[in-house]
Ligand binder design. Sequence first.
Ligand code: TXA
Ligand code: MG
Length: 317
Amino acid sequence: MATATARLAPDAKGLRRAAELLAGGACVAFPTETVYGLGAAADDPDAVAAIYAAKDRPARNPLIVHVADAAAAAALTRWTELAGRLAERFWPGPLTLVLPRLPTAPLAPAVSAGQSSVAVRVPANPVAQALLRAVGRPLAAPSANPSGRVSPTSADHVLDGLDGRIAAVLDGGATSVGLESTILDLCDGPRVLRHGGVTVEALAEVLGAQPLAPPRDRRGALTAPGLLPSHYAPRAALRLDAETADPGEVLLGFGPVAAAANLSPQGDLEEAARNLFALLRALDGQGVARIAVSPIPETGLGLAINDRLRRAAAPRP
Ligand code: TXA
Ligand code: MG
């Protein structure tokens, strides 16, 4: 029988326990500013295998390696001048950089899932920072949810999906950004593979040009690893760009509309990003079967919000 997952306070004792568990090869969930990550020592093949097992994650979907600072990221990758400028501007923070992986990098091969690149990120959340420094090695960490489900923005969300399947969760409260990091591929492009917490407008300021859009095949499907059309799926069915709810639907609003739940009554995209996953879970928890969602503008964080909504609304396999 699986043992229950420990909930650890983000104090010195909790951090010490989390670091011990990680050093022993266990999986521990921890808060980042985006969503909770399911961490394991990135240089330990068995620990990395345990992440894939706990999440039921397809073996072809690579993991983001979390490190304490840009120097640690540069030690794992073929670092570039542009990577340095992006790190200077956005790290610590919700940007993931995909770079060629150094053959000598002490990382379990499964971290890259067959790619010659590796994704690296320096999280800003102080609990994540303290944990990385206590462990003293890179942590591989996907979002701490069963594969294909809504990402967790609180320790309760982590336990909803993974209780009994992981050793512990460090409880750092609700996350501040609320959706995942932006993934920028510097091997090709620079190209955005996934919209997220850093906007393309902000990236363009550093790049001096718009980044390329996520790669798609001829039928328009996203082709980056892990970007399955159906993802972030609540149990409820979603209908997007809805001005009002039809009979049998509950309206998830944005802006000043009469709605059962509202992402941001003020129409603020940062607030909407922070609330998105928690509200989808709450509506699921109420047994809502059909959610209609107000239109969200396609600018700033709206690109990431709309990406998650479209994938939540996509037909399920
Ligand atoms: O905000 C985040 O990015 C959160 C927190 C925990 O850091 N993590 C996260 O991880 O969202 P995950 O595994 O749920 O999503 C990571 C995405 C996947 O779509 C994966 O395919 C992609 O990053 N990825 C990882 N390594 C890659 C690589 N070498 N090349 C291309 N895509 C990569
Ligand atoms: Mg995920």
